[in-house]
Write a protein that binds this ligand. Structure first.
Ligand SMILES: [Zn+2]
Ligand SMILES: [Zn+2]
Length: 267
């Protein structure tokens, strides 16, 4: 399986992805807002885009569908619950469905509500023995952060998605989010957990780095530098209790997650 991360350098800091079969060159484009960039990269690599997948219905993810569909004749796949809000949609997906790309790639759909109520992540579970698992996670999980829930989402559902699904995947899983917010998210981690040495080092090493050169992290990395996976850390809880004195000394993980999400909204 080949994964190419595309950086259109737009105001929303989107990433797009092309996932291709190395045997046939067939490719699937994920959230291809900058559809001409997707076409250009596919041409350069010798790939043919046959499918478009949207992780969710927001305009910065679906806005390129129609033009790319016209240019390639691709099918458009998205969450069944987003039907009616996905331009050109031809196939409704549900959690557990498997998408095939060419002969060698299989992607399993995870039903991951929270950022919106109809959000999908894609999991490639190591299509070849040498491939690490890969997670295409849209606006659910970002480098050192979690999606907001302002536009049709629900933070309690996002918590369930993090704990019941994402945290259960192997630590070796490579994470491919829908945006680059790494610098700001790491700064939030340090605001909430100043003693986090890994986050301190990563933040210091970012420099002027743009999204095009940001590292691809694993889920193991996220568990070290992303506060939304660190709900039992004493320092995070102690600092949260300064802001929310009604929290007990041993708060449940859901309460910690919801308070962190609330603080990040205003941060
Ligand atoms: Zn979104
Ligand atoms: Zn987005």
């Amino acid at each position: 399986m080949l994964i190419e991360r595309l950086w259109p350098a737009n105001a929303w800091r989107n990433y797009h992805y092309l996932i291709a079969c190395e045997e046939t060159g067939e490719a699937l484009a994920v959230d291809p807002l900058d559809w001409s960039l997707c076409l250009e990269v596919a041409r350069t690599r010798g790939w043919t885009i046959r499918q478009i997948l949207n992780t969710h219905e927001h305009g910065d993810h679906v806005g390129g569908n129609e033009a790319l569909q016209t240019a390639t004749g691709s099918r458009v796949l998205a969450h069944a619950g987003a039907a009616g809000r996905i331009p050109g949609m031809t196939q409704a997906l549900r959690g557990g469905d498997v998408i095939r790309v060419g002969r060698s790639v299989e992607l399993r759909c995870l039903d991951t509500p929270g950022h919106t109520r109809a959000h999908l992540c894609l999991l490639a579970e190591g299509n070849r023995s040498q491939d690490a698992p890969a997670l295409i996670c849209g606006d659910t999980l970002f480098g050192a952060g979690a999606g907001n829930c302002h536009n049709g989402g629900d933070p309690a559902l996002l918590y369930d998605t993090f704990v019941q699904q994402l945290a259960q995947l192997p630590d070796s899983t490579r994470v491919y989010p829908g945006h680059d917010y790494l610098a700001r998210n790491l700064a939030f981690t340090l605001d909430r957990e100043p003693g986090n040495v890994v986050a301190t080092q990563r933040h210091a090493s970012l420099g002027e780095r743009e999204g095009s050169t940001a590292p691809v992290f694993t889920l193991g990395d996220e568990k070290r530098h992303n506060v939304f996976f660190r709900l039992q850390e004493p320092e995070i809880i102690a600092r949260l209790r300064e802001r929310f004195p009604e929290l007990p000394d041993d708060p449940d993980a859901r309460s910690v997650f919801l308070r962190l999400r609330e603080l990040r909204n205003q941060w």
